[in-house]
Design a protein around this ligand. Structure first.
Ligand code: GLU
Length: 374
């Protein structure tokens, strides 16, 4: 008989792919950049990498840094002013990470994203592929929203949700939000002394969501509300999420050693979540493959154009399509990296011929194995 195991909190020492969100208030204070704190964080990152964990940092702070440099007045900024501040601050922000991580032999990469990069499926696949390559090359991507070009209607606005979206995009198994509070409380602990911190949240219920209250103002954009929204995105994507206090030195080490925090338990793993996501989409066409390709797909390989015998439907890049065998039997589904028109042209050809046929070089696979459910 199966016994129910008590729910265990995740351990960041076992994370395969870890996203850490760093809020502006941790990084920048009245004096400017908190360099010592950042150097200590770099130690945490280096340790995680030594354990074999891939790390992505989502860092705020460009506006906070830039506004100081530009001597902009305190208080809310006009959109153009915050965009200008971000342009100035982002260079410094990226440089600061580079400076603290380089002594550990870690190469950093700057990735600036907009909301559209995650909402548009084609752009989403592109950013995913880039991140995958950066991680494969051993770099630590430093991600922020591209605040200089993102205007209010088209922006995330807060890095809590951005970090969750990045975590799901790259199939991370753990996300840590380093914050100015040490977890998720039943009420605002600054106002209500009876507020209780949750250690472990298994399900984000409407009642729990209602406890989040409204976003707070200050340096950082996110409040508990955006953190709960982030948690919903993360856990649905198979990624566990923690909220913990980050201002003391070495916050990841502290988390490892049992610091106060709230963990939100993931629903399954990132692969399973991705499969659910792909399966839930309506296919826009069918790609029929030969017997050799059927074998390759069943062995977990990507679908190369060489194995394609027919293309039906009218789909664009990033669209979901059905994959069928030689007799038309449905084998699975995937997100295509070429349009239907392109797929017809490259069908039956080796990947090396793609550039000669289309006039530009695309991805080697028509459907990458990560974007496929067989
Ligand atoms: N992207 C903004 C910045 O770097 C911060 C957004 C946030 O604080 O959540 O300044």
């Amino acid at each position: 008989m199966a016994t129910l195991m008590p729910l265990q909190a995740p351990d960041i020492r076992s994370a395969k792919r870890l996203v850490v969100k760093i809020g502006s208030a941790l990084l920048v204070d009245g004096e400017g950049l908190r360099r010592q704190w950042l150097s200590a964080l770099a130690l945490d990152v280096a340790e995680a990498r030594t354990r074999g964990t891939q790390v992505i940092l989502v860092s705020s702070g460009s506006i906070a840094l830039g506004r100081r440099v530009l001597h902009l007045p305190p208080g809310p900024l006009a959109l153009e002013q915050s965009q200008a501040a971000a342009a100035v601050g982002q260079i410094r922000l990226a440089r600061a990470y580079e400076e603290v991580l380089a002594p550990h032999g870690i190469t950093t990469a700057q990735v600036l994203v907009t909301l559209e990069d995650t909402e548009d499926r084609r752009r989403y696949l592109n950013s995913r592929a880039t991140m995958e390559t950066l991680l494969g090359l051993g770099t630590v991507p430093i991600v922020n929203e591209n605040d200089t070009v993102a205007t209010d209607e088209i922006r995330f606005g807060d890095n809590d949700r951005l970090a969750a979206q990045i975590a799901v995009t790259v199939g991370a198994d753990q996300l840590v939000l380093l914050s100015d509070v040490d977890g998720f409380y039943s009420a605002n602990p600054k106002e209500d002394p009876t507020a209780q911190r949750f250690d472990l949240v298994e399900t984000i219920t409407p009642a729990l969501e209602a406890m989040a209250g409204d976003p707070v103002s200050g340096l950082s954009k996110g409040g508990m509300k955006t953190k709960i929204m982030a948690a919903k995105t993360a856990v649905a994507g198979g990624c566990a999420m923690a909220i913990t206090e980050g201002s003391a030195m070495r916050p990841l080490k502290a988390l490892e050693q049992g610091a106060a925090r709230t963990w939100f338990v993931a629903q399954g793993d990132p692969q399973a979540a991705r499969k659910r996501w792909i399966n839930a989409m309506k296919p826009r066409g069918t790609i029929r493959v030969d017997a050799g390709a059927v074998q390759a797909l069943q062995a977990g390989k990507s679908l190369l154009p060489a194995g394609v015998v027919a293309v039906e439907g009218n789909f664009g890049r990033g669209d979901p399509v059905e994959i069928a065998g030689p007799m038309g039997e449905v084998l699975g589904r995937g997100l295509t990296r070429y349009t239907a028109v392109e797929a017809v042209q490259i069908a039956g050809h080796r990947s090396a011929e793609i550039v000669a046929i289309l006039g530009y070089s695309g991805r080697a696979a028509l459907i990458h194995r990560d974007d496929m459910v067989i």
